[in-house]
Design a protein around this ligand. Structure first.
Ligand code: SF4
Ligand code: F3S
Length: 361
């Protein structure tokens, strides 16, 4: 798509050149690049080539697709879809049945596409728990991955197995990287994924012709390189030993720390505090509920909504116990606890997240 035709397309959607350039600068910031990269991003998005995309859905709730369609302005639909060619997406494509399958087959035959996968893949009993058009998800995934430049697994289900993998995991659900080992696989976990991170990944891919730098769970560092706890607006209350102890109590009304209500922010690596949700309006902790760790492997086993189970989820030993009244922790000792815990988790880094996939009890 040429610069003028992209501009024309954006103008038709009521997006000015200024807004487009602002979007490029915001993307540079999200990717932790200097703002000067904004112009390079703009040039990449204006390039005539449109990258084909195949978007597969397996054991999912389509929540990530919903997230994808509800990006803020300029939206994914308005900008990224102008530079991508989504040739196959069961939820949003107009074609169905044989026509849809033919569109996918043509894209696979041409090669050079980006494969996006949403939902986990069941491998029990030869994969019969998820079939589309008479073929198993395992089969469909392997065929589509073979010709892809790279695979992006969106949401916790595609990345790590997500809710379908929760015990007792009746379908033996797995994530994409368990099955695709000969292609670059990037995980964008979250339940659902944050579309800002998908947009930034696509922008990075189009600008640098490469996936962004990843951690050992295949998550982009720009989105998953920092712990929620270290960027949380309630962290000052944690350090001061000020904890919510019951929903609606005085501490809750004052915005105190949600750790004793089960917040998994100390074990979760995600950029939610800075990127936020719903056009940057808020995020789980900001709205008064603890983080449930939705960007980590097997987060459902952590007792997402259960404060009593937080210690089963591998908390650092030197964290204040849930039962301990906040008032007994002086600000000085709370700061020391927080500091020690930060070092404990920080030093382990991503390895900690990996260990958490099999919590030690
Ligand atoms: Fe924020 Fe949760 Fe950490 Fe408290 S425990 S500071 S609410 S991330
Ligand atoms: Fe998920 Fe926690 Fe962010 S629940 S959306 S990682 S605040």
């Amino acid at each position: 798509m040429s610069s003028s035709s992209l501009e024309q397309s954006l103008r038709q959607r009521g997006i000015s050149r200024r807004e487009f350039l602002k979007f490029c600068t915001v993307m540079a910031g999200t990717l932790a690049l200097e703002s000067t990269f904004g112009s390079r991003i703009a040039r990449a998005l204006e390039a005539p080539k449109r990258t084909p995309v195949i978007w597969l859905e397996f054991q999912d709730c389509a929540g990530c697709t919903e997230s994808f369609l509800r990006a803020s302005r300029p939206t994914v639909a308005e900008v990224v879809l102008d530079v991508l060619s989504v040739d196959y997406h069961e939820t949003i494509m107009a074609a169905s049945g044989h026509l849809a399958e033919e569109a996918k087959a043509a894209t696979i035959a041409a090669g050079g596409y980006l494969l996006v996968v949403e939902g986990s893949i069941p491998v029990a009993e030869d994969g019969i728990y998820c079939t589309i058009g008479g073929r198993t998800a395992v089969d469909i995934l392997k065929e589509a991955a073979a010709g892809a430049i790279a695979v992006v697994a969106v949401g916790n289900c595609a990345a790590f197995g997500g809710l379908p993998k929760a015990a007792p995991n009746p379908t033996d659900a797995v994530g994409v990287m368990d099955l695709v080992t000969d292609k670059p696989v990037l995980n964008l976990p979250g339940c659902p994924l944050n579309v800002v991170n998908l947009t930034a990944t696509v922008v990075h891919f189009l600008t640098f012709e490469a996936l962004p730098e990843m951690d050992d769970l295949h998550r982009p560092l720009f989105a998953h390189g920092a712990r929620i706890h270290d960027n949380c607006e309630r962290r000052g209350h944690f350090d001061a030993g000020e904890f919510v102890q019951a929903w609606g109590d005085e501490g809750h009304r004052k915005g105190w720390c949600l750790y004793q209500m089960g917040c998994k922010g100390p074990m979760t690596y995600h950029n939610c505090p800075s990127v936020r949700w719903n056009e940057g309006t808020s995020w789980p902790v900001g709205s008064g509920h603890g983080c449930i760790g939705c960007s980590e492997p097997d987060f459902w086993e952590w007792g997402a909504y259960n404060q009593a189970e937080i210690f089963d989820a591998a908390p650092p030993a030197n964290y204040p116990p849930v039962e301990q009244p906040a008032q007994t922790i002086s600000p000085a000792s709370a700061a020391a606890i927080a500091g020690a815990a930060g070092v404990a988790i920080g030093a382990a880094g991503v390895a900690t997240a990996k260990q958490l996939s099999k919590p030690e009890k």
